[in-house]
Design a protein around this ligand. Structure first.
Ligand SMILES: *Cc1c(COP(=O)(O)O)cnc(C)c1O
Length: 429
């Protein structure tokens, strides 16, 4: 299987020792994260490889939500803002996420969606470089990022342009002396390709630009050290690898050195220095706090905190090593078990250049994903022809990877994908 030649390289597989189910069982037996599987209430017999779209439900979440609803909201009512720490809850969760991505507590806020947070930080960054009017991103970036940039540019006026790079080399050449802000997604949602954060941050800085990293597919999945990379701003998702629940609040990072200079456009009362002084005019809070906007979603924060706590309970080192090992095993097994079909590896072959997901291209990918879901292997489809499998290390095992590949083989061998109903696409894919 190679990213250039098209098909799967069956010859290579023959020269290597075959991997067996037994091998996978041995790997599971030695897995120091194995017990985390029981901390998620996944349906029995489901291989869930879509935690990069929606992380599964932690076992502890329903009780925590019930507590916040019934006791804190139901009985203690408005006193809960103080009594149960609702007022500082977003900060508390932010300080925990900060530890996962190499930031300090006062450099992180949690709230709003990734899209909205991106708008806030890119707008603030552009204001810090008023003499420059180019915003650089990638054409293959997640569409919401590009939509938000287009919308922001319409607000900023016709002097501004969005310059989109079509490949990694073009990112380099796009970062010229007229660039105000570079907006890059660390791990590509479509291919799993991971950019070298320190390298691109340095390129942006050498050109005098600021950089914003989107960590939607990175936080909780790959090694991220915002401080070491010298990053200026970052945003990311709570509902993917952090297992915070559907529509979980997103996060936003601003390096300390920039905070006091930043003005963000959505300056609501929760970003005010003294929200309960009810004074005017607006006076921004210190630190990243000024990037808050309105009242935080307490129920969603409670759920997110459970997911983040689980992530912090596991050793980062083990998490990252396991995530890489699961991905590697999947590639090896697809090559070994499904070599005769037309799958092409879209993710980089080199583990250091990819996130915790593997993407395969196939002309019938949509139908194959649907047939796999019916076999209880949940991955997803991304247009135009990609099968995407996320290998979140907290709840996936080596034997689940084995099962996934066996099911893929079954779907192909029996032609289970070839059904008229699989030619119809649902609204959410
Ligand atoms: C999932 C994802 C988002 C999601 O944005 P929301 O506003 O939280 O829905 C943004 N950017 C990237 C790169 C993503 O993968």
């Amino acid at each position: 299987m190679s990213s250039s030649t098209g098909g799967i390289g069956a010859t290579e597989a023959h020269t290597r020792k075959r991997r067996t189910f037994k091998d996978c069982q041995l790997l599971d037996a030695a897995d120091r994260l194995a017990h985390f599987r029981g901390k998620f209430s996944l349906p029995e017999n489901t291989v869930y490889l879509d935690g990069n779209s929606l992380g599964p439900l932690p076992v502890a979440t329903p009780a925590r939500i019930a507590e916040v609803v019934e006791q804190e909201w139901g009985k203690d009512l408005i006193s809960s803002w103080n009594k149960h720490g609702w007022f500082i809850m977003a900060n508390k969760v932010a300080s925990k996420i900060a530890r996962i991505v190499g930031a300090r507590a006062h450099e992180m806020v949690v709230g709003d969606s990734t899209s909205v947070n991106l708008f806030k930080v890119v707008s603030a960054a552009a204001r810090l470089r008023p003499d420059r009017h180019v915003i650089v991103s990638e054409r293959a970036n997640f569409p919401t990022d590009l939509y938000m940039l287009e919308g922001l540019i319409r607000q900023l006026g016709s002097k501004y342009v969005l310059r989109l790079a079509d490949n990694d080399g073009e990112i380099n050449s796009s970062i010229t002396a007229d660039v105000a802000v570079v907006v890059l997604t660390h791990v590509s949602f479509r291919t799993g390709r991971m950019l070298d954060m320190a390298k691109y941050t340095q390129l942006a800085h050498e050109a005098g630009a600021l950089i914003v990293w989107d960590l939607a597919h990175s936080a909780g999945a790959v090694h991220v050290d915002l401080a070491a990379a010298g990053a200026d701003f970052a945003v990311g998702c709570g509902y993917k690898f952090l297992n915070g629940g559907p529509g979980a609040p997103a996060f936003l990072y601003v390096a300390e050195r920039l905070q006091e200079l930043c003005e963000q456009p959505l300056c609501g009362w929760f970003g005010h220095a003294r929200p309960f002084a009810f004074e005017s005019p607006y006076a921004p809070a210190e630190g990243a706090q000024r990037f808050q906007c309105g009242t935080p979603p307490i129920l969603s924060l409670a759920a997110l905190e459970v997911g983040v706590d689980l992530m912090l309970e596991a050793s980062q080192e083990h998490l990252l090593a396991k995530s890489a090992a699961l991905c590697e095993l999947f590639i090896t097994l697809v090559k070994q078990e499904c070599g005769r079909w037309d799958f092409r590896l879209v993710s980089p072959r080199n583990a250091c250049e990819r996130g915790s997901q593997i993407c395969l291209a196939h002309p019938e990918s949509y139908a194959i994903v649907q047939a796999l879901i019916l076999e209880n292997v949940v991955g997803d489809f991304r247009a135009p022809d990609i099968l995407r499998f996320g290998f979140a290390p907290l709840y996936n095992s080596y034997t689940t990877v084995w099962t996934a590949v066996q099911k893929l083989q079954l779907v192909m061998r029996e032609g289970l994908w070839d059904k008229p109903e699989y030619k119809q696409r649902s609204a959410v894919t």
